[in-house]
Design a protein around this ligand. Structure first.
Ligand code: GLA
Length: 413
């Protein structure tokens, strides 16, 4: 018999909304790199973008599907020009942005930039409020493919507006809509991936698909304004963001994915075991896989993780359905904020099972009959993606180090 959760899980209809930006973009979680976790403002340069593009090719990342080179905050000068245009910082973009996008496109890759719905970006550069149409026209003229849109210095009951408003003057929808509309209006010329970064405010997962292609969320922290903070590259961040993915899986799918935030593999605060869980959980929950590290300095162990083709294939599966938690018979109930051991999700040719030693080292076992999407008494072929182990049978069992993970693909097709 299936557990109650398994029955519930398979019975859930997906309440996905039709995307207004249904333009063929974002049908799979996007994969790439972002400058922010590398060196914050200092990495928002042409030099980083081009060096990373070269590394995408030489390290084989491009062939694995890593595609977007995204420059985050601090790429422009601190003020607009006299015509109201954003100005790429000449020290960081000596030949402008277009020279870089051209080169990146010629390599078969894509290029992203960062903006903000408020009057300034989080680091204090010009925001796009009131300039949505003309800023999008600039992005189009440069050949930009991706636009991350942040939520700093947005309308606020506090005066002057603080960087991070704790008492917003309205719903974030109000200030994300004009940019969505501006992007919609250029769709026939250039299709942009619109990445909402409102930190989960206003339960963005419930409406994000009608505004963009992916949305940062984080857990509704039990704080006054129900927003959350970034991935800080430590275990607490992996735990906080990863555990929350289970509760909102049903909102995520082709054309509009929950974005668990940029990966922080390579962070000195994470062990190799923790890096495996970080990458594995982001992969099976169909989060975008956006590297946040300096590829010139990557360790062999991190490289092995980010080049795991089995995991990437699971993340990029055409079904685009995130894994979520299930509770096998006898297993303890999930604990809020902690990473539950048992995860599963459908794939176009099978089921993925995630086993996470999020809270204790030990032996983790599952019988396939207890896994949503499997069931029955069948014997299945399986493969574990980190160890490469394969087998046939009615279940699997692994000894897992604290904070490590095993990802098992069970084939049914
Ligand atoms: C916010 C976002 C981060 C990053 C910075 C840039 O904190 O959540 O991802 O873009 O702004 O200033």
């Amino acid at each position: 018999m299936k557990s109650r959760e398994a029955v519930l899980l398979s019975a859930i209809a997906i309440p996905r909304l039709t995307s207004a930006l249904d333009n063929g973009i974002g049908l799979k979680p996007h994969m790439g790199w972002s400058s922010w976790n590398v060196a914050q403002c200092n990495a928002a340069s042409a030099q980083y973008a081009l060096a990373t593009a070269d590394k995408f090719v030489s390290l084989g990342l491009k062939d694995l599907g890593y595609e977007y080179i995204n420059i985050d905050d601090c790429w422009s000068t601190k003020s607009r020009d006299s015509a109201g245009r954003l100005v790429p910082d000449p020290a960081k973009w000596p030949n402008g942005v277009k020279a870089v996008t051209d080169r990146i496109h010629n390599m078969g890759l894509k290029f992203g930039l960062y903006g903000c719905a408020g009057d300034k970006t989080c680091a204090g550069y010009p925001g796009s409020e009131g300039h949505e149409k003309s800023d999008v026209a600039q992005l189009v003229s440069w050949g930009v493919d991706f636009w991350k849109y942040d939520n700093c210095y947005t309308p606020c009951r506090q005066n002057p507006r603080p960087q991070t408003c704790t008492s917003p003057a309205g719903s974030t929808k109000t200030w994300y809509a004009p940019m969505r509309d501006a992007i919609l209006s250029v769709q026939n010329t250039r299709k942009l991936h619109f990445n909402l970064c409102n930190w989960g405010r206003d339960e963005v997962w419930t409406w994000g698909a009608t505004y963009g292609h992916s949305w940062r969320y984080a857990i509704p922290l039990k704080k006054k304004n129900r927003m959350s903070v970034d991935n800080w590259g430590d275990w607490a961040s992996v735990e906080r963001i990863g555990s929350a993915a289970a509760g909102i899986h049903q909102y995520s799918g082709p054309g509009g994915f929950n974005d668990l935030d940029m990966l922080y593999l390579g962070s000195p605060k994470l062990s190799v075991d923790q890096e495996r869980l970080h990458f594995g959980l982001w992969a099976i929950t169909k989060s975008p896989l956006v590297l946040g590290l300096d590829l010139e300095k990557i360790s062999n162990s991190t490289l092995t993780i980010i080049r795991n083709k089995g995991l990437i294939d699971i993340n990029q599966d055409s079904l685009g359905r995130p894994a979520t938690t299930f509770r096998p018979p006898g297993a303890p109930a999930p604990v809020g904020g902690k990473i539950y051991p048992y995860w599963a999700g459908p794939l176009s040719d099978g089921v993925v099972i995630g086993l996470c030693a999020g809270t204790s080292v030990g032996t983790y076992s599952v019988n396939f009959k207890d896994v949503p999407g499997l069931g029955g008494s069948g014997s299945y072929a399986w493969k574990e993606m980190y160890t490469g182990q394969t087998g046939n049978g009615a279940g699997v069992s692994f000894n897992i180090n604290l904070h490590d993970m095993r990802v098992i693909k069970v084939t049914t097709a």
